[in-house]
Design a protein around this ligand. Structure first.
Ligand SMILES: Cc1cc2nc3c(=O)[nH]c(=O)nc-3n(C[C@H](O)[C@H](O)[C@H](O)COP(=O)(O)OP(=O)(O)OC[C@H]3O[C@@H](n4cnc5c(N)ncnc54)[C@H](O)[C@@H]3O)c2cc1C
Length: 439
């Protein structure tokens, strides 16, 4: 059986900027319900909300192993994408695939935007799109590939040369880029808090309540979930635990956790902000797959996220994070030499769920058991869409959203360790070798 120690945690996510929040009680005793959801990230929160709408008379139990916003949903870079970026040459034969993914992204973006408006969630939502940029000569071709894709899919965008990027962002580092007009930036931990604290009345959220039994071994119906202090007998379980579904026996060889890290500066002074460009906040995504993600946040901090590694699905220890700090620092000083004296306030790491062929999961492995997850680096909008669709699917509904989720390709098999470590090491080495000035 698992214990609390199997769910790595620290205090370094975006939640660190927010007033302390008292987590909901953990789950205790003997419970009986129609519905239980395992995992309260964007996917589980969206799933719970939609289930509650569809079944106003049912009680829905939502369990999280940690306090909310302490896993990937509260630790990401806060890009709520409407249009995914697919690296490499544009392939017209993939038109339907690109369109399907973007329908899902947009569905998630619209659902989040609606909830934020309805519940007045303060989360620094800024819906002005993002910049996809390149700094290194070897990646310049990606601008052409990306623009070809945007044009064919009629996605509104503007191509920018170095001087226009400098004028907007205040860095001369990028040679070329594209502003994609759709998409939002957000403070992810505030958004998670806001969503968790505005759940419908028939949802009970229990935090620090890990499910610890192997759901692959569960036989019979209804299903019993065990947490350290509770047994929950339920007719339907929806697992939205991202890559950690494999800890409870699901998708074991199909998804792994990739650990990313980044750093934030302190708030910049007025003078320091004036040394930047005309935009008051922005986000840059690299057109190189291993490139840095850089943001100027609404409260005037610069944030750089540029490392990825396999750490057994765990956060980085403080010691390793300190080593990664140098890498963040170099990327920051390259881009903002005028701010060389500005210190970082803190660094953080987070773990995203990655499948080998970057597909997503939307499954009903046995009666009463459902699973969705695996959104790689873009689960804010996609997780919201898949979570919503899963609530509908498990309730017997039909919709375009469900069909789009069901059309996800089958995940490719991932070898066990130590073969896995070698494979990941080799893949990352190839990526890092070519990243150049984009890292
Ligand atoms: C550093 C970083 C940057 C990223 N940047 C972006 C970005 O800018 N935009 C974007 O769209 N995506 C980004 N991502 C990816 C995005 O964060 C994820 O795809 C998304 O959060 C997935 O949401 P989720 O709800 O499926 O999973 P999670 O957020 O991982 O939530 C799963 C929840 O399940 C809980 N859980 C696990 N096991 C159990 C159990 N046994 N019992 C109970 N609960 C359990 C966990 O505690 C967790 O809270 C980034 C990820 C990282 C790490």
């Amino acid at each position: 059986m698992l214990t609390d120690k199997d769910f790595s945690n620290d205090q370094h996510g975006w939640a660190e900027f927010l007033p302390e929040r008292t987590p909901n009680n953990s789950c205790k005793g003997q419970l009986r319900s129609c519905w239980a959801i395992v995992g309260a990230g964007f996917t589980g929160l969206a799933c719970a909300r939609r289930l509650a709408e569809l079944h106003p008379d049912d009680e829905i139990i939502l369990l999280d192993a940690r306090a909310v916003a302490q896993a990937a949903s509260g630790r990401n870079s806060g890009y709520v994408v409407a249009n995914s970026q697919f690296g490499g040459p544009y392939d017209p034969e993939q038109y339907d695939h690109y369109s399907r993914i973007n329908r899902l992204n947009r569905a998630g973006l619209n659902l989040l935007s609606e909830q934020i408006g309805k519940h007045n969630i303060e989360c620094e939502w800024h819906e002005k799109g993002f910049y996809h940029a390149v700094a290194d000569n070897t990646s310049l071709k990606e601008v052409g590939y990306f623009t070809h894709y945007l044009e064919d899919l009629e996605i509104p965008h503007t191509v920018l040369d170095q001087s226009r990027l400098t004028e907007k962002l205040g860095t001369e580092w990028y040679q070329s880029g594209v502003h994609v007009h759709e998409g939002a930036l957000v403070q992810p931990a505030s958004l998670v808090y806001g969503l968790a604290d505005s759940l419908p009345e028939n949802v009970t959220l229990y935090e620090n309540s890990p499910v610890i039994n192997d759901l692959n071994k569960v036989t019979g119906f209804p299903i019993t979930l065990h947490t350290p202090d509770a047994n929950i007998v339920t007719d339907n379980v929806i697992v939205t635990a991202n890559f950690e579904a494999n800890k409870i026996g699901l998708n074991k060889r199909y998804i792994i956790g990739s650990t990313l890290s980044g750093s934030f500066t302190r708030k910049l002074s007025r003078e320091e902000l004036d040394s930047l460009g005309s935009l008051k906040q922005w986000g840059v995504l690299s057109l190189h797959d291993a490139g840095a993600t850089v943001r100027l946040t609404q409260d005037g901090r610069l944030c750089v996220r540029n490392t990825a590694e396999f750490n057994g699905g765990r956060l980085l220890s403080d010691q390793i994070l300190e080593q990664r700090f140098d890498h963040h620092r170099k990327a920051f000083e390259n881009r903002f030499p005028q701010l060389k004296e500005v210190p970082f306030e803190f660094s953080w790491s987070g773990v995203e769920g990655v499948s080998r062929n970057f597909t997503n999961f939307f499954q009903n492995p046995k009666k009463g058991l459902y699973l969705t997850g695996g959104f790689n680096g873009s689960g804010v909008s996609k997780g919201t869409a898949f979570g919503t669709a899963m609530a509908e699917y498990a309730s017997g509904e039909q919709s375009i959203l469900i069909n789009d989720c069901l059309a996800s390709s089958k995940a490719e098999w991932i070898p066990p360790r130590p073969l896995l470590d070698v494979g990941v090491w080799y893949t990352l080495r190839q990526l890092i070798k070519s990243v150049g000035r984009d890292g």
